[in-house]
Design a protein around this ligand. Structure first.
Ligand SMILES: Cc1ncc(COP(=O)(O)O)c(C=O)c1O
Length: 386
């Protein structure tokens, strides 16, 4: 029998049975009226749930393709782009933009902190920018950016397209495309939606669609808004083959989010994350992200003195839980724990129990039940208030 390993990296996240069942269905032709109806419902539901009155594009590809699609549809060579980087994934936009002959300015935060709306305002006042990119949660540092407040700042700069990378956030952290003045947001199926990797969703505002139109023909083909717009309006038409089973899986994931409610789901993530952090700090760990900017979708956890990173993560794996290593200067000194999507309190109890056991196996003495007890205590007075 294959070893059962709980996937607690920051994506892919555990996939619940009802979503697995959708991926296991007999395939249908993409023109089959039953599939066309399903795809249309997915497109419309995603637009409604995240309040986007422009166009929603759920397509085959990963989050990185979402990054490229965002940039490709609103810029032309020589345009100025402001990259706001709170870590590794913020930085990814730099190369994407440079390869497109865009002029890139970067506001980079020290790892664990974020660039503030005031800093962004000051930079936007200096120069005309065609677009600005912000990662909602940077998966390297587990900080959450103040995307609503940045959206308020952007109201002063109506010519600038506001792009939000929600790959490690959407469906866990609260987001509202129109309400937060966001022009483009995108996410990946494998994170807080709790689906296997392979699809991304991009939400584009009316302003972003108009901007795309103003560019005429662009060099990109698969990720061109204009190619997909007729298909998103009538998925019975063909442009490129949809990932049929993943569309169904995303539809089920979206139904789960809809039933829970976007706001209630973000509150659940917030409360769970706070309890996880309390549990981890109670046994000597530190959280990289500064107070107030700690993500609900994952944590970057700095080890107590004396822990061997590889030994710890291998012991966790041997005991049935996989967590991720840290990146950059924190590699070897921290690990990253995903806690987003359809994970449950029971999953977290298992993870923290295995973590205590692994700490002890690696020579760091932890009272059995200490982290689990702290987590349970925190969760028991966490009230879901919506
Ligand atoms: C914030 C963020 N942006 C972009 C990406 C890239 O997504 P993908 O690996 O699905 O291409 C990731 C991946 O982890 C991410 O966390």
């Amino acid at each position: 029998m294959e070893k059962d390993v709980l996937v607690m990296i920051p994506g892919p996240t555990p996939v619940v049975r009802s979503i697995q069942n959708e991926m296991a269905r007999d395939v249908q032709a993409f023109g089959d009226p039953r599939f066309v109806k399903d795809y249309k419902e997915l497109i419309d539901d995603l637009g409604e749930l995240f309040n986007c009155s422009g166009q929603t594009f759920p397509l085959a590809g990963t989050g990185t393709l979402g990054m490229e699609m965002a940039i490709a549809n609103v810029t032309k060579p020589g345009d100025n782009v402001l990259v706001v980087s709170n870590g590794f994934f913020g930085d990814r936009f730099i190369e994407i933009c440079q390869r497109r002959q865009l002029n890139v300015d970067v506001l980079a935060a020290d790892w664990g902190t974020v660039i503030t709306p005031e800093q962004i305002d000051a930079q936007l006042a200096k120069k005309d920018y065609t677009a600005i990119t912000v990662s909602h949660v940077d998966t390297s540092t587990a900080v959450v950016a103040p995307i609503a407040e940045i959206g308020e700042v952007l109201k002063k700069y109506p010519e600038t397209i506001y792009i939000v990378d929600g790959v490690a956030a959407t469906g866990a952290e609260y987001a509202d495309v129109d309400g937060m003045n966001i022009d483009i947001m995108f996410t990946g199926s494998q994170k807080a939606f709790g689906v296997s990797p392979g699809m991304f969703v991009l939400w584009a505002s009316q302003k972003a669609l108009v901007k795309r139109q103003s560019l005429g023909t662009i060099p990109d083909y698969y990720i061109d808004f204009e190619k997909w717009l007729p298909i998103m309006q009538d998925p019975g038409k063909y442009f490129a083959t949809p990932a049929v089973n993943l569309v169904w899986a995303m539809k089920e994931a979206t139904a789960i989010i809809k039933e829970e409610g976007v706001l209630a789901r973000s509150k659940r993530h917030e409360q769970n994350a706070a309890a996880v952090r309390a549990a981890l700090t109670s046994i000597g760990c530190r959280i990289l992200a500064t107070e107030g900017r700690q993500a609900s979708s994952l944590s970057n956890v700095i080890y107590p003195e004396g822990m061997n990173d590889l030994e710890f993560r291998n012991t966790m794996y041997d005991n049935g839980v996989i967590v991720a290593g840290a990146l950059g200067a924190y590699a070897g000194k921290a690990f990253r724990l995903g806690h987003m999507g359809n994970i449950t309190e029971q999953d977290m109890v298992k993870v923290l129990g295995v973590l205590e056991k692994s700490f002890n196996a690696c020579g760091l003495k932890v009272q059995p039940g200490a982290a689990v007890g702290k987590y349970m205590a925190e969760m028991s007075h966490a009230v879901v208030a919506v």
